[in-house]
Design a binder for this molecule. Structure first.
Ligand code: MLT
Ligand code: ZN
Length: 432
């Protein structure tokens, strides 16, 4: 009965009940989290989204919201038979000015970046998954990405959002919402409301560019990252090691351009050549330098290929952790001790906010047999948090209290906005 009502709303072609059509929505990108659903709903308008949510609400049917399905913590798959609501068709884009644009929840990051570029502007969040990751999901996880040191995470770009609540009510703007849903939306992992569209800040891109892949010995990593991170022109400070650059090199069929305990991939941009200040920050450490977009892109390939390269080795356990700069040199050995039967690869972002707090978002990937709890415990011994920019999802919900200081506030909001607990019921909050 519910399904036929849902078909009436979205049309037969967008209510996927055939197992062959559903399957891509039932498993996450990494292949680690697999669930099951009886139907995937693909609303093509906000009215349809609202009607779908109302029908599910009235029937007491839990729903998992899915965007590009690029999540890494099992937050977007129907692990307990929930219906899947895919926002992929809500991809409209409207450039408002060279300072803002409106994006449907299903717009890909790449489409948003192109829309910004069409008015000579730039969107502040970038990740290697740009062709698939969608704006709704990126808001849900408060994605940080490679330019977080410059622009902050997704929440920092969010000017306004239109959402559909669990009961199907459409709220076109959150600017005047009583419960500061706008302030809590980024990082709420789809538990408070379904993002329908968002108004996002964009801005000018400084024309001059310098990119360097710097070879940094362990003894200097903290100081180098601190100096590069304090540059006014800094756009990215990325970190990985010798084994990771080799892994990426193998993935893209090239040879590694640099080798050291740490490789720092730094990008600076300004109105006037930023290379001298970048060079001053890295001193006489060996570096491969590029000042053009094309050669710079060649260096970025070694960073961007990592996620796919590690996935070729097997289904990795992914730990997305936040650790103080002072713990960077202990991270690899600490995880290797906690996961002796796995191969460890780690890379990430040297900063996690635009205030340049000395905390890194590092993606630890373990390929092999691992006890996740042992790794989480080990991370906590480094004064780290087990969740950085990929969200809590299902993978870490039992540890959410340690990783999120705003959990009680979110719980109160959730109880008010979704009292039946139907929206993304398996994520973020510890199991009750
Ligand atoms: C990255 O920065 O590479 C992404 O967050 C994805 C990943 O961890 O694999
Ligand atoms: Zn990342």
């Amino acid at each position: 009965m519910l399904i036929s009502d849902l078909v009436d709303v979205v049309g037969f072609d967008h209510c996927l009940t055939d197992p062959g059509l559903r399957t891509g929505y039932e498993v996450d990108w990494t292949g680690r989290y697999r669930g099951h659903t009886v139907a995937v709903l693909r609303p093509g308008s906000i009215e349809e989204l609202a009607a779908v949510m109302k029908l599910c609400h009235d029937a007491g049917e839990p729903v998992v919201v899915q965007g590009g399905n690029t999540g890494m913590v099992g937050g977007g798959v129907p692990l307990h038979g929930e219906l899947v609501v895919s926002v992929a068709r809500l991809g409209n884009l409207r450039v408002i000015s060279n300072l803002s644009l409106q994006a449907g929840a299903g717009a890909t990051l790449a489409a948003v970046q192109q829309a910004a570029a069409s008015v000579g502007a730039r969107f502040g969040v970038d990740t290697a998954a740009r062709e698939s990751a969608t704006i709704g999901g990126m808001i849900a996880t408060n994605a940080g990405g490679m330019n977080v040191v410059r622009y902050g995470p997704m929440g920092d770009q969010l000017i306004d959002a239109g959402v559909v609540l669990a009961d199907g009510r459409y709220v076109p703007s959150l600017l005047i919402s009583d419960d500061d849903l706008l302030g809590h939306l980024a990082g709420s992992e789809g538990t408070l409301a379904v993002v329908a569209h968002a108004t996002l800040a964009i801005g000018p891109t400084p024309p001059d560019l310098a990119i360097a892949m710097v070879e940094v010995p362990a003894s200097e990593i903290e100081a180098v990252v601190g100096r590069v991170g304090s540059l006014e022109s800094v756009f990215a400070v990325e970190l990985f090691g010798a084994r990771e650059v080799e892994l990426a090199a193998m993935g893209i069929g090239r040879s590694a351009p640099a080798r050291a305990d740490w490789l720092v991939l730094a990008e600076c941009r300004s109105d006037g050549d930023p290379l001298p200040e970048l060079q001053a920050a890295v001193g006489d450490l060996p570096a491969v330098v590029a000042t053009g977009q094309r050669e710079g892109g060649e260096l970025w390939l070694f960073r961007e290929a990592l996620t796919e390269s590690v996935a070729r080795l097997g289904v990795p356990h992914k730990y997305d952790v936040r650790i103080p700069h002072g713990a960077l040199n202990d991270l690899r050995a600490t995880v290797e001790t906690a996961a002796p039967d796995a191969d460890i690869f780690l890379w990430g972002h040297a900063f996690s906010d635009r205030q340049r707090t000395p905390l890194a978002n590092v993606h630890v990937n373990a390929v092999g047999v691992v006890d996740d709890e042992a790794v989480f415990d080990a991370i906590e011994t480094l004064n780290g948090s087990v969740a950085a920019e990929h969200g809590i999802g299902t993978a870490k919900r039992h540890r959410a209290a340690a990783a999120r200081s705003d959990l009680a506030e979110l719980r109160m909001l959730k109880d008010r906005l979704d009292p039946k607990g139907l929206l993304n019921p398996n994520v973020l909050f510890p199991p009750q």
